[in-house]
Design a protein around this ligand. Sequence first.
Ligand SMILES: C[S@@+](CC[C@H](N)C(=O)[O-])C[C@H]1O[C@@H](n2cnc3c(N)ncnc32)[C@H](O)[C@@H]1O
Length: 257
Amino acid sequence: MKPEQNESKDTAADFVIGRHPAVAALRSQQTINKVFLQSGLKAEAIDEIRQLAHKRHLVISEVPKQKLDQLTDHENHQGVVLGVAAFEYATIDDLFAKAEAAGEPPFFLILDGVEDPHNLGSIMRTADASGVHGIIIPKRRAVGLTSVVAKTSTGAIETVPVARVTNLVNTVKDLKERGLWIFGTDMAGTDYRDWNAKGATGLIIGNEGKGISRLLKETVDETLTIPMVGSVQSLNASVAAGLLMYQGFSSRHPVQH
Ligand SMILES: C[S@@+](CC[C@H](N)C(=O)[O-])C[C@H]1O[C@@H](n2cnc3c(N)ncnc32)[C@H](O)[C@@H]1O
């Protein structure tokens, strides 16, 4: 499959939902594109939001409650939703370009349905620190680039490109054709301390509950395990990703004695 059939450059819409978060966002430096207020709603907090929006020369759209329910997937919006600056997604080619610009074999992270924005943000933070050239996520059933992810990433959202694809299995097959060696992760594989990530590498981290899907597991060249001696079943996805990314870093940047 050609990459352009599976992925494209796109942007994520994000919303600030509810009265307090909206006031905080309007008072901050955050770029706001749209202000939606529930039509006919009268309250002091709404007046304050109107004033703050006017001060910033923002256009206010008065919309029926159903429209806000729809935008927020029925979250408790209290009649207020702001459309905030979207984060732009990269393409797979952008990720390859980043590796090439660094003069290094690609080191990509593939997240198979990570859902928790704190996990994604924290993974991005470690990816930035450990020299990962980019992250690939699926379009469906996974968290995207939201404001919580941006905050948790402590700025890494600006430096680590994230590509969103419709079909991870096809993307991984395509990456293999482009020379990457694909590593899966679960509880029964090679000890990750023996892992050498010097070559072109794709590392897959699974969903917080389900791990890596069966079809994706079938595509991997090798599976890695972080040994565990306690009683818990598995590590948190971002902790496991962090340890593995740093093992990758260690093999790429050995200590010079
Ligand atoms: C919370 S775990 C998922 C657990 C899931 N029940 C399973 O059995 O795969 C989320 C992801 O973190 C990574 N992970 C967690 N603990 C790991 C370990 N000890 N070794 C390798 N990867 C691990 C894997 O990528 C896993 O898919």
